[in-house]
Design a protein around this ligand. Structure first.
Ligand SMILES: C[S@@+](CC[C@H](N)C(=O)[O-])C[C@H]1O[C@@H](n2cnc3c(N)ncnc32)[C@H](O)[C@@H]1O
Length: 288
């Protein structure tokens, strides 16, 4: 496990932005705000509702709700980890926002709320970190009132562009072996980041009992001209605290010398070249 990524708060505050230049940072922040606003608009929030941001992290969605409604809604900041809730409390105390906000330390697969409690349940990039997604959907369904909605944005990492699609046999030694390894670990059933796709999300929601399911799958296409160092960091930055890096994943299949050589060849192949990366995202509105 990487030392640069000890807990969610430090990941959210710094690791995810590591090695970004000012322009990339600006773009990422603008993107986060646009995703936040999309979820909040989709949720059709109204005064007096009971709203929870599950896996709130540093409160992207919850603070967005507060900005819109101050204390005219009941708002729950919920996360599995205390460091995230402490961070949100700190932000809340340092602003003078009047509020009706509560903090709930809870795993999304075992939510410490009674049945039929919420009008809205929100998540952004949370289920992607949960191994048992079916259990999470059942819990989200249980805590929603009849007529309530779950609204979310979740990345579908298993369907993103892979290194094997960005490179070819002329550029990479043992290309087919590396492709095979990548295809295998990018769909591993025991890895929460990749153990799902758009079909399984829909199936999980139906199984949980959601009746009105709106699952909008988008492909975000980004064009980069990465530099050599940036390509290297893609292999070395953990995608979440406690999660193994891409390099770690390749090390399950090959020895370190071979993986280092592969990374070097990918760096050579991609640096200074315009590349197109597709990311698949799920935009969810599901009603009870
Ligand atoms: C990528 S962060 C997203 C944070 C926030 N929603 C945002 O949009 O910035 C993932 C969050 O999910 C939380 N999380 C991970 N597993 C969880 C679980 N099983 N139950 C509840 N929260 C969880 C983490 O603590 C972290 O805050």
């Amino acid at each position: 496990m990487s030392e640069i990524c000890k807990n969610w708060t430090s990941w959210l505050k710094s690791t995810r932005f590591a090695y970004m230049d000012e322009e990339q940072l600006k773009q990422t922040m603008a993107w986060l705000i646009s995703v936040r606003d999309e979820i909040l608009n989709l949720a059709d929030l109204k005064e007096n509702q009971k709203i929870a941001d599950f896996g709130c992290g540093s409160g992207l969605l919850a603070f967005g709700v507060l900005e819109r409604f101050q204390n005219r809604v009941e708002l729950i900041f919920s996360d599995k980890f205390k460091d995230c809730l402490d961070e949100c409390k700190k932000i809340l105390n340092s602003s003078n926002t009047l509020n009706n906000a509560y903090f709930l330390q809870s795993d999304i697969t075992d939510i410490k709320l009674k049945d039929n409690y919420l009008d809205r349940a929100l998540t952004r990039s949370v289920l992607v970190h949960v191994l048992d997604k079916q259990k999470a959907f059942c819990e989200l369904y249980r805590v929603l009132k009849k007529g309530g909605y779950y609204c979310a944005f979740e990345p579908i990492i298993s369907q993103n562009t892979r290194y094997s699609e960005l490179t070819n046999q002329d550029e990479i030694s043992d290309y087919n072996d590396f492709k095979k390894a990548e295809d295998e670990f990018m769909e591993a059933k025991d890895d929460p980041l990749v153990n799902f796709n758009s079909d399984s999300l829909k199936e999980n929601m139906e199984n949980a009992g959601f009746s009105e399911i709106n699952l909008d799958i988008k492909i975000v296409s980004s064009t980069y001209t990465p530099q050599k160092e940036a390509v290297k960091t893609w292999f070395n930055i953990p995608p979440a605290p406690g999660q193994r890096t891409m390099k770690d994943r390749f090390l399950d299949y090959f020895d370190e010398k071979k993986v280092d050589n592969y990374i070097l060849e990918v760096q050579e192949a991609l640096s200074g070249k315009e590349i197109n990366i597709n990311s698949k995202t799920a935009h969810i509105k599901a009603g009870k």
